[in-house]
Unconditional design. Structure first.
Length: 153
């Protein structure tokens, strides 16, 4: 799946940003221990489903998320950085046997991250939770897609 690797870093890119992108491009269900190499002990992590504070809570959250996945991969599409902040544009592909009939689901998203002391101390994800989760459920998915279609007219 990972046929595209983002390596287009300016030479003055901060270490925390370079490490973050490289780890996420190889992060999988089998190597979550890599998270400790990029996240600050006092990380604040926010996504459309949860907010967690501290590395231990974050690691537990990721373990729970990845527990039933057969595949989860990120492709970094673009990075825009300034000072101690960056916007990361990514494509996530995942498989879960109870979602989308066990077929691959692909979701586009963006992360706003901030670095401190060569680690990420703030990470907020922006993504379409309907496309990632709700639309992948048998009955709720049809309803979600119907609501989106009606809202577009």
């Amino acid at each position: 799946m990972k046929n595209k690797r983002f390596d287009n870093f300016p030479s003055d890119s901060p270490l925390w940003l370079t490490k973050f992108v490289r780890v996420y491009q190889k992060l999988s269900t089998t190597n979550l221990a890599l998270l400790e190499t990029i996240y600050h002990p006092h990380i604040i992590f926010i996504d459309p489903m949860h907010q967690v504070e501290g590395f231990e809570e974050l690691y537990q959250y990721f373990e729970n998320l990845y527990e039933n996945l057969t595949l989860c991969e990120f492709v970094i599409d673009n990075v825009i950085a300034q000072d101690n902040e960056a916007a990361i544009y990514w494509t996530m592909s995942y498989q879960h046997n109870k979602l989308n009939n066990g077929e691959l689901v692909t979701v586009l998203g963006t992360s706003h991250i901030k670095g401190e002391h060569d680690k990420v101390i703030y990470h907020r994800d922006y993504l379409d939770l309907g496309a990632m989760l709700y639309e992948q459920l048998p009955l709720f998915g049809k309803l979600t897609k119907w609501i989106k279609a009606k809202a577009a007219h």
